[in-house]
Design a binder for this molecule. Structure first.
Ligand code: SAM
Length: 350
């Protein structure tokens, strides 16, 4: 069965990578079907009811860089003629039950089509109406969505991601604020890329105000944070308490993590950046090198470490014996480009 993910346009690759990570976390049997600008279609095997329960439940709750999840009705060329042909041909009763009403909404992605979506909304609506279903603009039982990107994807809305919840958790809205924090949506996407599952242990050895720990805690992980500055550990505690999360925090050094070897399922961390960083180390190079050795030591074999930096963490991780899975580059503003490196500890998969 095909499902479409309407991706946010905030990064070229991260939103799709986050979807794949969440599907894996839920142990769904899937393969990518087609990817167009801001829309990813995935073929998911298994019982439809079970797949949709996971999509509407845990996956919707976890995702940060997706807007909506759709059950695909059809995919066609992004021309009005092709969409109308699809609308004439499909059987709405496979998607709406008798007595239910519907609405059709079209979304144009960037410049990919040069005609307004409203015309197609009416035309598709007309096709469904003629097949015996009533429209309801205000409170529909079923919402058909037409994504007009490099292809046209028609589907029914399964669920929407509550992106406003991330806005509510912006650093300034938390009990303790300190500059230099990742935005919650980014922190959540990185947490998802780490593959952490509920009940597992996630470590941030440079936890600062605990922004990453909060997102990991909210997906059900047990979180451990370390920071060299006492005031930040106190602040991180205030922030974690506000969300009633299961955590352990300590003031310490990421180069001397007081944890046994191979005990942590995943690491997501945002070490100090070059310019104005407060560091407890001889140099930033030394800090990266010894912290990555510690990360490799405490991770379980197969465990993932997601490291955000303004310079490539790659060489330090590789020297420490970690395998590099992916590197993403995110331009934050003119003078800050982040590199997100996904490492894996060698050995068996956990
Ligand atoms: C970029 S900030 C992390 C921000 C964090 N993600 C947040 O949500 O607030 C880097 C943090 O590393 C801490 N730090 C610097 N040297 C350290 C060391 N040797 N061990 C542990 N933490 C250190 C700093 O105190 C700072 O809070």
């Amino acid at each position: 069965m095909l499902y479409a993910f309407e991706l946010s346009g905030e990064h070229e690759e991260l939103p799709a990578a986050e979807v794949f990570a969440c599907l894996k976390i839920e142990e769904l049997d899937f393969r990518p079907h087609i990817r167009v600008d801001q829309c990813l279609v995935v073929d998911i095997a298994g019982k439809e009811e079970d797949v949709e329960r996971a999509l509407k439940g845990h996956i919707t709750e976890r995702l940060a860089m997706t807007h909506h999840i759709l059950k695909v009705v059809g995919i066609t060329d992004n021309t009005q003629e092709a969409v109308l042909k699809l609308a004439e041909a499909f059987e709405p009763s496979a998607y709406i039950k008798e007595g239910q009403n519907f609405v059709v909404r079209a979304k144009r992605i960037r410049h990919h089509v040069d005609f307004p979506g409203e015309f197609l909304e009416q035309k598709i609506g007309g096709c469904i109406y003629r097949k015996g279903f009533r429209a309801n603009m205000q409170n529909p039982d079923v919402e058909f969505r037409l994504i007009l990107s490099e292809k046209a994807v028609l589907g029914t809305l399964l669920s929407s991601i509550d992106r406003s919840a991330y806005e509510c958790r912006t650093p300034q809205n938390k009990p303790f604020f300190h500059p230099g924090v990742l935005m919650p949506r980014v922190a959540r996407a990185l947490t998802n890329l780490s593959g952490i599952k509920p009940g597992e242990l996630s470590l941030d050895p440079f936890c600062g105000t605990g922004g990453i720990l909060v997102e990991a805690g909210l997906v059900g992980a047990r979180v451990i944070g370390i920071d060299a500055q006492e005031k930040l550990v106190v602040g991180a505690r205030m922030n974690l308490e506000a969300f009633e999360l299961d955590y352990a925090l300590l003031e310490g050094d990421a180069c001397r993590v007081p944890l046994k070897d191979s005990t942590i399922n995943a690491v997501v961390t945002d070490p100090p950046y070059g310019r104005s960083a407060a560091i407890l180390a001889e140099s930033l190079e030394k800090l990266y090198s010894c912290a990555l050795e510690e990360i490799q030591r405490v991770l379980k074999p197969g465990g993932i470490a997601v490291v955000v930096s303004d310079k490539a963490a790659l060489e330090y991780g590789e020297k420490a014996g970690l395998k590099v899975l992916e590197i993403y580059v995110q331009r934050v503003h003119r003078s800050l480009t982040r590199t997100i490196t996904i490492f894996q500890k060698k050995g068996d998969e956990i």
